[in-house]
Write a protein that binds this ligand. Structure first.
Ligand code: FES
Length: 122
């Protein structure tokens, strides 16, 4: 069975028809060629696949694309550019927080969500 998913990805409206069991990360990587979001464990443990779904960090390996229908998704590609890094990307770079780089997009998306949801500590 196929489903048609309509959603906003990085500010652009997209529509794709895919198998019903397609996960959000598969939709992003394989149908939309947004390969900055990675799959590490595929079992909701590592966070490499983290994106923002309606403003909150989610592990996109365990969200069905159909569940994201009508939603707003932001991926690592949607937060900055090589010549205009998001402040969190710049902070990771400045603090050598990149490690091997595979999980870094997920860590950055998680860190942005954490900062947005955590009250200022003075
Ligand atoms: Fe590890 Fe999704 S790939 S949590």
């Amino acid at each position: 069975m196929s489903v048609t998913v309509n959603l906003s990805v990085n500010g652009k409206q997209v529509s794709r028809t895919c198998p019903a069991q397609t996960t959000l990360v598969e939709l992003l990587r394989e149908h939309l060629s947004l390969t900055g979001t990675h799959v590490g464990c595929d079992t909701t443990q590592c966070g490499a696949c983290t994106v923002h779904l309606n403003g909150k960090a989610v592990k996109s390996c365990t969200v069905l694309a159909a569940q994201a229908d009508g939603s707003e998704v932001i991926t690592i590609e949607g937060i900055g550019a090589p010549d205009a890094l998001h402040p969190m990307q710049a902070a990771f770079k400045a603090c050598h927080g990149l490690q091997c780089g595979f999980c870094t997009p997920g860590m950055i998306m998680t860190a942005i969500d954490l900062v947005q949801r955590t009250p200022q500590l003075d």
